[in-house]
Structure formats: C-alpha cells, structure tokens
Design a binder for this molecule. Structure first.
Ligand code: SAH
Ligand code: MG
Length: 244
C-alpha cells in the first residue's frame, strides 16, 4: 500500500524503527487508505516494481509534502526532472486538480510506465512526458517559454541523474516564475553530503549534491536551504530553493 509502511526493502537505504513507526502512525491519520488517491498510488508502485523499475520513487509523506507545496504556491505548472513510474506526479496531480505537470524522462520504458500509471490514476490528461535526456529537453522548454508558447513553472522537482543536478537547477531557474520553489531530491545521502571521507565526497552523486549547495549559495537569483529528512524509506534530504 502506498500509505502503509514502506513495502520495499532496499539494503542501500538506512532504516530506523522510530522513523518507520512515526511515518506509519502519522500517515495512517493524515492520509488514511480511504483517501481517493490511495489505490492509484499503490497500483503505481506495484506496476513499476513489476516492470522492473528501480525502487527510487519518493516515500508517501514526502510525495504529499511536494503536492502540498504546490497547493500552497497556487501552482499551475510543475516541472519534474526524472519521472520514473509517475509516483510523485500522481501525488501532485491528484491533490491539485487543475495542475499540469511536464515530466522529463530519459528512459523510454520508464516513460511508458509513467504514462500507464498516470493514465490509470485518472490524471494522465494533465501530465506531459518528454522522453530523452533532460539536458536536451530543458533548452527546448526555455525557447518555448521565451516564445510565449509555454508558461513558466511554479514548482520544479529535480530527481534524475544526480551528477547533472546543477545544470538542471540553473535551467529550471530560467523558466521559473518569481516565487517558484525548486526542490532537488536526495542531496543528503545518509549524511554523505558532508562526509569526512574524501573518497565519499568524490563520488558522482555526492559531488552533484555539493555542487548545488555551493552554487545555489552564490546565486543571487535564489534563496535556498537544505532540509534533512528521516523516514520509513531512508535518511536523506533536499535542497529547497525559492526563486527571487
Ligand atoms: N521523481 C520520481 C523518481 C525518479 S527516479 C518519483 O519520485 O516518483 C530517477 C529517474 O530519472 C529515473 O527514471 C531515470 O531514468 C531518470 N533519469 C536518469 N537520468 C536522466 C536524464 N539524463 N534525463 C532525464 N531523466 C533521467
Ligand atoms: Mg529521489
């Protein structure tokens, strides 16, 4: 179940019985299985696992948090870099009935699973999926925004190949509304973001995370912070930035 304690077991993630219990308790009250999107979310996870996609979807409380961020900002257009099987897209679209999502996805199989899942969830007419490397799609989106044929985005979720985080962030800033939020997922990486081991710091995903933190701190176009999260799924966290 999407709203029950996390189903997959992935040895790469860090678990703690307290984190899992707190998610189980709070989600059971704040998003109980009677909610309209429960079945769609559960089916999306089931389908993506059956299709052999990796266990890299966000976790329920965080999917809902992203959706609520969009509600708070009265967002109409969302950019998601890396859709996997559409789990986060379903959270955002199902809690925000008028929102439109543009998803960039490299892998045609992942894109096909996203399409099937968002369609099955009844939100597919509001989800556009652009298949290919995000680094190629983003300049095209920028041209369309510049030409006035595509609206700027009110919220961006960057969750793809971590090495390119900063390139995606920079591109997103250019096509964001003033006041838009940009969230970069998986930057804390069980604390490796600030590891004392140079070998750990040299790995691609950690470099990609540190580059966003360091560059965003120098970028006058945004204000940003890192929020660490523990959950039923892992110890990780995000860069949360707002475009000035
Ligand atoms: N945001 C999703 C999970 C994304 S997992 C969710 O929360 O539900 C990361 C996804 O990024 C994978 O599907 C992967 O294929 C995609 N990806 C990896 N490299 C990419 C690239 N260069 N361009 C676009 N997508 C990419
Ligand atoms: Mg992620």
């Amino acid at each position: 179940m999407s709203t029950a304690p996390y189903e997959f077991t992935n040895d790469e993630y860090e678990h703690d019985a307290r984190w899992t219990a707190v998610d189980a308790y709070s989600v059971s009250h704040l998003h109980p299985p009677s909610r309209p999107n429960t079945a769609a979310l559960a089916n999306a996870l089931k389908h993506l696992a059956a299709e052999g996609l990796p266990d890299d979807s966000t976790y329920p409380a965080f999917g809902k948090f992203l959706a609520l961020q969009c509600t708070l900002g009265r967002v109409s257009h969302v950019l998601e870099v890396g859709t996997l099987g559409g789990y986060t897209a379903i959270w955002i679209a199902s809690l925000n009935p008028n929102i439109r999502i543009t998803g960039l996805e490299l892998d045609p199989h992942h894109a096909a699973v996203t399409r099937a899942n968002v369609d099955a969830a009844g939100v597919g007419d509001r989800v556009e999926i652009i298949v290919g490397p995000a680094i190629e799609a983003l300049p095209k989106l920028a041209k369309e925004v510049e030409a006035g044929v595509r609206p700027k985005f009110g919220f961006t979720f960057i969750d793809a190949d971590k090495e390119n985080n900063w390139a995606y962030f920079e591109a997103a800033v250019g096509i964001s509304l003033q006041g838009a939020a940009i969230v970069v997922d998986n930057v804390v990486r069980k604390g490796n973001l600030a590891s004392s081991d140079p070998g750990v710091l040299a790995t691609g995903p950690v470099q990609g995370a540190r580059q966003v933190v360091e560059e965003a701190g120098k970028d006058p176009r945004v204000e940003a912070c890192v929020i660490q999260t523990v959950s039923e799924k892992n110890y990780d966290g995000i860069v949360y930035a707002v475009v000035k």
